[in-house]
Design a protein around this ligand. Structure first.
Ligand code: HPA
Length: 277
């Protein structure tokens, strides 16, 4: 069940009573991409189930906890594990932690994910900064009565992924010799991987990569005025491009293999977001 604005505010109030921490930047870690947590000076780890009213992650590959601490001098609130529509949650429930971050004062968020490459010039193990998305097949977290104190009824979506900050991250990544694409991401609900025909459709529509998260989170953050950037690890070519079948084990394996450059990119993204917020 999704929460009303008043319930979200009392969730935030309860959180603040128990945890004295004022986060500046939020980080959402995708499948197999949580090694950065070892680099954080951790103040506290809070499993989602310890927060009354918070939906709980059911995905065995996602830890489902907030990590509060400092990374490169920035106070970060990290979601080690996100919630997905395919777990049975409504879009509004999926973004409950993002709303909590906003209410706690977070000014910018780095979203990360593992995704399948649709663009034929991309390769597994490479990275993509999301510059725009397609998610018309997916329920909007803004559906239903508008939470006037958080968003306008019809928010503009022309700069969901901050163009300015994304360009800065791209520039800094180049300096570090980390190749990174910039492209359009398309969210599907899952949990099944897409069909060959769906991937063909995604490419025809202009998508460069596909995944089962992120776009609705970004649109909610953008609607709330939170500066957002998103970093994808391309863990596989999407369905039908290569002969082999897709598996979640391969997704996790490639995510983990990308650890070093991914951590570097994430730190660049954090620095740039902090500078622009
Ligand atoms: N499709 C959807 N989600 C994904 C994929 C994919 O090919 N790879 C990793 N997450």
């Amino acid at each position: 069940m999704s929460l009303s604005y008043e319930e979200l505010v009392s969730l935030k109030d309860e959180f603040q009573k128990k945890h004295l921490f004022s986060p500046e930047i939020g980080i959402v870690l995708g499948s197999g991409l949580d090694s950065i947590v070892d680099q954080i000076e951790i103040e506290e780890i809070i499993p989602y189930q310890e927060i009354p009213g918070m939906p709980v992650s059911t995905n065995k590959m996602h830890k489902g906890q907030f990590v509060l601490g400092t990374l490169d001098g920035v106070k970060v609130m990290v979601m080690q594990g996100r919630l997905h529509l395919y777990e049975g949650y409504e879009a509004k429930e999926v973004v409950t932690p993002h709303i909590l971050m906003k209410l706690l004062g977070v000014k910018g968020v780095v979203l990360t994910n593992a995704c399948g490459a649709v663009n034929l010039s991309y390769h597994p193990g490479e990275f993509m900064l999301i510059e725009d998305h397609i998610c018309f097949e997916v329920e909007s977290p803004l559906k239903g009565p508008n939470m006037d104190k958080l968003t306008t009824r019809f928010p503009d979506m022309s700069d969901i992924y901050s163009k300015e900050i994304t360009n800065c991250i791209e520039k800094e990544a180049k300096k570090e010799s980390i190749p990174v694409h910039k492209g359009v991401f398309m969210q599907f609900v899952g949990p099944q991987f897409e069909t060959k025909a769906e991937i063909k459709m995604a490419r025809t529509l202009g998508a460069d990569a596909v995944g089962m998260s992120t776009a609705i989170e970004a649109l909610m953050l953008s609607a709330m005025g939170v500066k957002t950037v998103a970093l994808s690890v391309l863990t596989n070519m999407a369905c039908g491009i290569l002969e082999e079948k897709l598996s979640d084990e391969d997704v996790i394996r490639i995510s983990k293999q990308s650890k070093e450059p991914f951590e570097k990119l994430l730190r660049i993204a954090l620095k740039e977001l902090k500078q622009h917020c």
